[in-house]
Design a protein around this ligand. Structure first.
Ligand SMILES: Nc1ncnc2c1ncn2[C@@H]1O[C@H](COP(=O)(O)OP(=O)(O)O)[C@@H](O)[C@H]1O
Ligand SMILES: [Mg+2]
Length: 235
């Protein structure tokens, strides 16, 4: 499969402190790519760099065959890169409906300026609680809302940063089922940061392991078992 996203020698960091070193990574179109690694190795920084929230200080990023290395964040969103940040970043004083509407600007008019029906179809809970304020939601509800908000932007690539963090096990299953539909029915390419290896393995096709800001190993989740990489990821 051709990569929808391709990083080549990507470097980034915060001020003087370089965090990402020469990161090369491909995400095949229509596939699910898991980015794994211990706490603090740079997974969130890498997703923020892909989104354009952190500048590339070296290397290149291609999206759909186009060099977007210097494209600002809002343009990347409009080009089809959706982002579900770690910790979810829901607006606590806005309702579920208003939080979802906040995701619409990335769609740039595609989808007719309203939250697409498939968001409520895939996350029926959001329809039930549409007038509730973000601050009153459980961890699982917030996570579903954060994914729904990203989907309102009609992304072609969805970046998910630890979507199971702080979510109860039964809700983790619902989120996985919904993400399977996002992939199959919407054809969205997914890059997921995940500490919970079983989830990463059941959902992803490929994995990339980070250590101290570098990719140290990559492979197929279909051809290898999670136990093969567990020692590189366990806390
Ligand atoms: N805003 C920031 N300013 C400075 N350093 C940061 C900032 N955010 C993260 N870091 C540092 O960057 C490194 C990687 O962090 P992060 O990308 O959050 O790792 P991960 O998501 O893998 O846990 C850590 O050493 C962290 O302390
Ligand atoms: Mg992180």
């Amino acid at each position: 499969m051709t990569p929808l996203l391709k990083l080549d020698g990507a470097c980034a960091g915060y001020g003087q402190s370089q965090i990402l070193w020469d990161v090369c990574l491909n995400a095949p179109a229509g596939g699910v790519t898991a980015l794994i690694g211990r706490n603090g190795v740079g997974k969130t920084t890498l997703l923020r760099t892909i989104m354009g929230a952190q500048p590339l200080t070296g290397g290149q990023m291609m999206f759909d065959g186009q060099d977007v290395s210097r494209m600002p964040s809002h343009q990347r969103a409009r080009a089809g890169i959706g982002y579900v940040p770690q910790g979810r970043h829901i607006f606590p004083h806005l309702t579920v409906e208003e939080n979802l509407a906040a995701g619409l600007s990335a769609a740039a008019g595609r989808g007719g300026g309203k939250v697409p029906d498939h968001v409520f179809d895939m996350f029926p809970k959001l329809a039930q609680i549409r007038r509730r304020k973000g601050g009153f939601l459980s961890g699982g509800e917030q996570q579903q809302l954060a994914i729904g908000r990203a989907l309102a932007g009609m992304p072609r690539l969805l970046l998910l940063d630890e979507p199971t963090e702080g979510v109860q096990p039964n809700v983790v299953q619902q989120i996985e089922a919904a993400l399977q539909r996002v992939r199959r029915e919407l054809g969205v390419t997914i890059v997921i940061v995940e500490q919970y290896l079983d989830f990463a393995w059941s959902f992803a096709d490929n994995y990339w392991v980070m250590q101290r800001g570098r990719i140290i190993r990559q492979g197929s989740t279909r051809a290898e078992s999670a136990a093969d990489v567990a020692s590189l990821v366990s806390i």
